[in-house]
Design a protein around this ligand. Sequence first.
Ligand code: ADP
Ligand code: MG
Length: 303
Amino acid sequence: MSIKLENISKLYGNQFALKNVSMQINKGEVVGLLGPNGAGKSTLMKIICGYLPPSNGKAFVYGFDVEIDSEKTKSLIGYLPENNPLYLDMYVREYLQFVAKLYKIKNVDDEVNNSIQICGLKLEQNKKIGALSKGYKQRVGLAQALIHQPDVLILDEPTSGLDPNQLIEIRKLIKEVGKEKTVLLSSHIMQEVEAICSRVIILNKGEVVADDLTENLSKFIQRGEKILLELDESINGEEFTQLVGVLSAKLINPNTWEIQSNGEVDARQQLFEFAIKRGLNIRAMQKVENSLEQIFQEFTIQK
Ligand code: ADP
Ligand code: MG
């Protein structure tokens, strides 16, 4: 077990930021921590990294308690904090040397060269960090997280604020370095997590509301539309999925179906024609936006 959290709660004053969060992350997993702003993602990551004590509960990294064996767990973790705080006046190489020394690494130059190589910073190593583009600053952030060759990477919103090209590059880099490590990456964008992670943990208002393989959650990530359809009698849901563009149908209330379409055709027209053909009466039909907020709410309600 790489990371293990047992009933972690965090209070800021008397406000809960995390409530009874438990999870286990196996060695080699690449897990997305997904949630809207304020969900508690950064707080959780700071607790795992030992920068913030939990109000309750225990966090372990490779079996070591992050509060008791904090020096050990810090040596096992590479952390890229939110907004990637860097010393903008330092040169890339100089900064990485500085970080390497903080970790008391013996062969500083080798490790600096290694992380420069992995993060594609060879041409930038003698530039001032402040002069780099956001994408390259993020590479420096990743390089400092990798410098002590940690087994675990904790990346807090590593692609936020990047333009589409930089985003693709950084995702590629994370995937590459993630092959040999355990990665926990936070994001508020479904598609992002889908692109990088094999498992998703959804956090909403400080609570875990879903924890599953990305492929199992990806039906909620569809960009299509959702239609709520109330009929006057029960039918077999498989009949809906025969219709063009309908991906799934879920019975959410007696005779009320939640129908997910691929969004390419207006499924309402098809459903209407289907109802006529089958002699069914439609009591209500409503199109619902499949927005992120709704998805989070859905998981919260399901719980
Ligand atoms: P996320 O990273 O998912 O956006 P955070 O962990 O930053 O969420 O914040 C979770 C909640 O805790 C939010 O309501 C936020 O306002 C609150 N919070 C975060 N840091 C502090 C702090 N230092 N003092 C008081 N409240 C905080
Ligand atoms: Mg955050």
